[in-house]
Design a protein around this ligand. Structure first.
Ligand SMILES: O=C(CO)[C@@H](O)[C@H](O)[C@H](O)[C@H](O)COP(=O)(O)O
Ligand SMILES: [Zn+2]
Length: 196
């Protein structure tokens, strides 16, 4: 009988074997982030639950460091300011917790990555709507069939699975890849000859 770990690992490997199909989509997302940063914009990242953790993980790779020492890059998670989250959630609604931060902090030419395994979280949808109206490039890091966000975002990366945890495992691989690709595109990391 399979242990739970063997079961999860089998699911994970089956999904990761299909992720090569997302190559063009992931690299296109990296180019959008690079374009923002190159022109003085910043990257904002938001998500709920495990995806809130992924948001701050990804943002920290940009402001801190990813692999090699290099200059800090402008990025922030919108899930980390508990005062903003509780004030906006309490005084307005939970659906506005990210969108009001986007409206206050975002500028045309910035980039927003909204992470949602269902593609249907209302506060991510609102954040994307407000961002697009402000001239901010929107990228959806999504799962399942992409949900409502797939059509709302300028660019959607949809991890083709139905299990939230497996989708999140793929999201962090994609987040790391976007960070590494942005570093390469900005000339901040060595470009191995077989990488594009
Ligand atoms: O981490 C997990 C499950 O692995 C949960 O915390 C999960 O992120 C939460 O249920 C989220 O609220 C799900 O939202 P979403 O991915 O559908 O936008
Ligand atoms: Zn989780």
């Amino acid at each position: 009988m399979n242990t739970l770990f063997q079961h999860n690992l089998t699911q994970h490997l089956a999904l990761f074997n299909r992720l090569a199909d997302l190559d063009d989509s992931v690299m296109a997302a990296a180019r959008l982030v690079t374009a923002s940063l190159r022109h003085g914009g910043k990257l904002m990242v938001c998500g709920n639950g495990g995806s809130a953790a992924d948001s701050q993980h990804i943002a920290a790779e940009f402001t801190g460091r990813f692999i090699e020492d290099r200059k800090p890059l402008a990025a922030m998670a919108l899930s980390t300011d508990t005062s903003a989250l509780t004030c906006i959630g309490n005084d307005y609604s939970f659906a506005e917790v990210f969108s009001r931060q986007v409206a206050g902090l975002g500028r045309a030419g910035d980039c927003l990555i909204g992470i949602s395994t269902s593609g249907n979280s209302g506060n991510i949808i609102r954040a994307v709507e407000v961002a697009r109206a402000a001239g901010i490039t929107t990228i959806g890091l999504l799962g399942r069939d992409g949900g409502k966000l797939a059509a709302l975002c300028d660019h959607a990366i949809v991890v083709p699975d139905r299990v939230t945890a497996r989708i999140q495992e793929a999201h962090i691989l994609i987040g790391h890849t976007i960070c590494g690709a942005v570093e390469q595109q900005l000339g901040l990391a060595p470009l191995p000859e077989d990488f594009a």
